[in-house]
Design a protein around this ligand. Sequence first.
Ligand SMILES: Cc1cc2nc3c(=O)[nH]c(=O)nc-3n(C[C@H](O)[C@H](O)[C@H](O)COP(=O)(O)OP(=O)(O)OC[C@H]3O[C@@H](n4cnc5c(N)ncnc54)[C@H](O)[C@@H]3O)c2cc1C
Length: 356
Amino acid sequence: MRQPAQVVAQRQVKQGTGGHSEAVDRVALRLAGIARAQAQAQAGSGPGPRGTCASVSQWDSDTPAWFDPIRDPHGVGWHLDRLLFDAGVRDGAVEAGVALVDSVRQLALSHEGGRWRIDAQCLGQGGAAPSRGMHQTPVLVDASGRGMAAARQLGLARRGRDRLVWLYAHLPVDRDDKDQATRVCADANGWWYSVRVPSGQRVLAFHLDSDDAELKALRDPYRLLAKAQRHGLLAGIRPATMDFPVHLRPAGGGGLDPGATAALPDGFFAIGDAMLAFDPIASQGLFNALATADSCAQAIGRYLDGVGNARARYLEEMRTVEARYCQRLGETYAAVSRYARERFWLRRTAGNAGAL
Ligand SMILES: Cc1cc2nc3c(=O)[nH]c(=O)nc-3n(C[C@H](O)[C@H](O)[C@H](O)COP(=O)(O)OP(=O)(O)OC[C@H]3O[C@@H](n4cnc5c(N)ncnc54)[C@H](O)[C@@H]3O)c2cc1C
């Protein structure tokens, strides 16, 4: 059976194309290095990242399929403390000389005289009145995630009609919960994911469509848990208390159209989720954010050196990543034949698979 949490767009690209493969190697090394550094810094002082332990899934069968990452030729994945990781990346950028403005309330973007102009309205600090600033730059990179704030303002829209949302909860720390495995399980109207994160809490998430009739009811923690516990793989999840909120967030894949992006004035780039957001079954969003940042940095270097097709080459690479991702995504959902007639699965197979 295909391991559902192993839809790996970049790893496939690594085998098949140039360009991005170098970024993949650099990013893989860097990510492992960051995770190890976090682990050392955190040793004995609280939660830190850890190499992924085994994963177990009930995808097309009720028989659990175990996968040990030691058998993965590309190495183990990592469970990161996301807040710590983001703060580390931000600090690293500032140390490298980046000027960080993190009080922006509104941005207005325009392109004039061959340069990008950013008019920013910033929140006043310590009771001061809001301030305005103007910046000019030859290069503008949208790294604003799924919201793609810059691209939207420039008139681009996200491709993809994926209705996928996720309902998730951080269950209270349970000292008796020693399970380290990542658990993935198909259901008639979606799929489950559960794992203990470095904080010690357990994440329980259900991915379903935003127009599912059950969605509203499942925001009740009791109902969410009861539905999860029907599956052998999740039956042992027994939080100490039930006073946790159930959150709802969009989770569908989708991205910018490289063709439309190429039509914008030169010097505009997008990375990470702003360029291409992955369905969470891929478990590749963070890696993709770092890999696209790395590739984009190379492309910007070439662009500033006067290489005429620098952005076109970057966008071509993104097309390749997207094509591989869509193919693997379709295969992963199509592997669930036991629910093949259910709407959730039908929407992701039978010619609809992985299409953006
Ligand atoms: C349900 C779900 C599960 C996931 N599971 C995994 C997983 O297991 N593994 C994995 O690798 N990835 C996973 N991801 C994806 C991963 O979280 C994202 O792919 C990754 O965070 C993308 O990074 P990014 O930097 O592109 O965007 P983000 O992390 O979203 O960062 C965008 C930044 O831009 C800022 N911003 C937004 N708008 C503006 C604005 N107008 N002005 C200024 N700043 C702005 C935001 O505050 C934020 O700091 C999952 C995602 C979802 C939805």
